[in-house]
Design a binder for this molecule. Structure first.
Ligand code: ATP
Ligand code: MG
Ligand code: MG
Ligand code: MG
Length: 569
């Protein structure tokens, strides 16, 4: 690409709504342009990066045997009524009405649509297993869009959905997808970690998140270097500032401060609504100086989807309740951590934050200690999962007993999940087995935040001069900077030849033929994160050399003109 034929729009000033380096740099380098809250255009330079991510994701999906299709962004309400999610998905879903007063949503995810396809297209066990995927635009009306494309409202997701005759087949595909995801992030050149994700009431071992490691990540991860243990522990340290902001914002944003949807709170706390039941206890200080105990319950089983925030009018300030205050107010016995009965599992994430999973919390003061008939995995998470999400500090023993825990932060870029029959049952997605009996399909789903990956990569790779893209994602591999392109015949001829030779060798080169000063060319190339730079000047040409510098090299080096293409390979 010749720079004179391309379009650049770099900026010196950081956008004023940007908090993170990736957001600042993506705007400054002209990769994206903001249209509105959580809405971004991908400019030609940025789209080159996004397409590279997409290409690698698509390639690994195809290799894993998944079949690409493309579903509509707009989805009819009727499908969502079948699974009950129209009512419970909450304000993250953008609802629209057409000219015939029919209701639709702009899809935040596609389980309903794909299950509708499977139930009408799949007849026999012979057609299974099947794994469909798409790379498509999602819309989620995030309560706090932030960090540029990392928490946008309109964003690009790769979402795959698999269908099976039995659980064993689902497990096989799940393992394949786990491997495919690892391949994607390795090929992208990102430091990442796969962790067990909180499956909440669904239980089992059926969900993993893939996180790009970065201090700015919103999730807390605990892992053990001497075993396979790794989990998203939603560290109190990571969560606490969000919780504080969240609760304040929920109270400010909702029309009636006494009730807000759990989706809003879940979105703010950054937790999966579908499979998580959580609560937090707060001590509110009212304007008159009195204090009040409040329990905010977030329950994701689609039965109770309202969170009640009691008597928070006139709220002055609040803090997290201590464990003692929770025990006192909820009439919990001491040592009340871990599963103790039906609906009475309270876990302490930190001394200040209490997360609860319970029916009894709904009727706050009436604990029911039904100890009989408890089915772990059905009524309560498996005890092992409880251990995963309890209060964790650096150096704690790993729950598998095989070492100690280290903590880090991550940005969720992928999430795979064993859905089992949740959607297929609700929507009657069945097939005929070998005995011509009707059976419900098993399902898995697998998401990758394609556009979020670009931001996450920049969180991992940047310096004072700008973006440091991994080679796999850079918009161009090498920039050719001729000194005096418009003045020196020798320079322009050499630059044109190198450009043509690199192109012929399949190396994506940007020829900066705009006649800019070296300082401007270098600064822009560094800001845009181009991994390699060749400088062509009359003095070097007289010696038969050009200057080469890698984006992160301290010093430049001279390379023989005749060896440039070879050197770049
Ligand atoms: P988060 O916890 O960050 O809100 P999520 O758990 O709600 O994400 P999933 O439903 O698991 O998201 O969707 C699959 C993937 O889509 C996520 O792993 C993430 O990479 C990406 N994603 C989700 N929400 C957004 C968003 N608002 N902007 C960009 N990417 C997103
Ligand atoms: Mg979310
Ligand atoms: Mg999440
Ligand atoms: Mg997720």
């Amino acid at each position: 690409m010749r720079a004179s034929q391309f379009f650049f729009n770099t900026q010196k000033e950081a956008p004023n709504d940007a908090e993170l380096p990736s957001h600042i740099l993506m705007v400054r380098a002209g990769l994206i342009k903001r249209l509105g809250s959580g809405l971004y255009s991908w400019m030609p330079l940025g789209l080159r990066v996004l397409r590279k991510v997409e290409t690698i994701v698509r390639d690994e999906m195809n290799k894993a045997g998944a079949l690409e299709l493309l579903m509509p962004a707009v989805q009819p309400r009727e499908l969502w009524d079948e699974t009950g999610r129209w009512a419970v998905f909450g304000p993250q879903m953008l609802k629209i009405t057409d000219r015939h007063s029919r209701e639709f949503c702009f899809g935040p995810t596609h389980e309903e649509v794909i299950t509708d396809i499977a139930r009408s297209e799949v007849r026999s066990y012979k057609q299974l297993p099947l794994n469909f995927y798409q790379i498509q635009t999602k819309f989620r009306d995030e309560i706090r869009p932030r960090f540029g494309v990392m928490r946008a409202r309109e964003f690009m997701m790769k979402d795959a959905y698999s269908f099976h005759t039995d659980f064993a087949s689902l497990e096989t595909t799940y393992a394949n997808m786990y491997q495919a995801y690892s391949n994607v992030f390795n090929r992208l050149g990102l430091k990442f970690r796969a962790v067990k994700a909180d499956t909440g009431a669904i239980g089992g071992d059926g969900s993993h998140e893939f996180h790009v490691l970065a201090d700015s990540g919103e999730d807390g991860l605990a892992y053990c270097d001497t075993s396979d243990y790794a989990a998203n522990v939603e560290l109190a340290e990571a969560l606490a500032p969000n919780v504080r902001g969240a609760a304040t914002e929920v109270m400010r944003d909702v029309e009636t401060p006494k009730q807000t949807s759990c989706e809003e709170v879940a979105a703010l706390l950054n937790i999966g609504l579908d499979r998580t039941i959580k609560a937090m206890a707060l001590i509110a200080t009212l304007e008159d100086g009195s204090t009040q105990f409040n329990l905010l319950l977030i329950r994701g089983d689609h039965r109770m989807n309202e969170i009640k925030v009691n008597k928070l009018d006139g709220l002055h300030d609040f803090r997290f309740a201590t464990e003692e205050e929770v025990r006192e107010n909820l009439k919990c016995p001491p040592g009340f951590i871990g599963p103790v009965g039906v609906g009475a599992h309270v876990r302490v994430i930190a001394d200040r934050t209490v997360a609860a999973m319970s029916d009894f919390v709904c009727g706050a003061n009436k604990p029911k200690y039904h100890l009989s008939g408890v089915n772990f995995g059905r009524d309560l998470p498996e005890p092992s999962l409880v251990a995963d999400i309890r209060n964790v500090v650096e150096g704690d023993a790993s729950p598998d007993g095989k070492g100690i825990l280290s903590l880090c932060r991550g940005i969720e870029v992928g999430h795979i999940f064993q859905l089992r029959t949740k959607y297929s049952e609700a929507m009657n997605a069945t097939y005929l087995d070998e005995a011509s009996q009707t059976q419900v399909m098993e399902m898995g789903c697998y998401g990758i935040g394609v556009s979020r990956i670009v931001g996450a990569a920049i969180e991992q790779g940047n310096d004072a001069r700008g973006i440091i893209f991994p080679k796999s994602m850079a918009p161009f591999t090498v920039t050719i900077c001729p000194i005096g392109y418009d003045k020196s015949e020798a320079v322009s001829a050499a630059a044109n030849k190198i450009y043509a030779d690199l192109n012929a060798a399949g190396i994506e080169a940007l020829l900066d033929d705009r006649g800019e000063r070296p300082g401007v060319m270098f600064a822009e190339a560094d800001l845009m994160g181009i991994p390699h730079r060749l400088v062509i000047g009359e003095r070097g040409l007289a010696d038969g050399t050009v200057e080469y510098k890698g984006r992160t090299d301290a010093e430049a080096q001279m390379v023989a003109l005749k060896n440039v293409v070879e050197f770049m390979q």
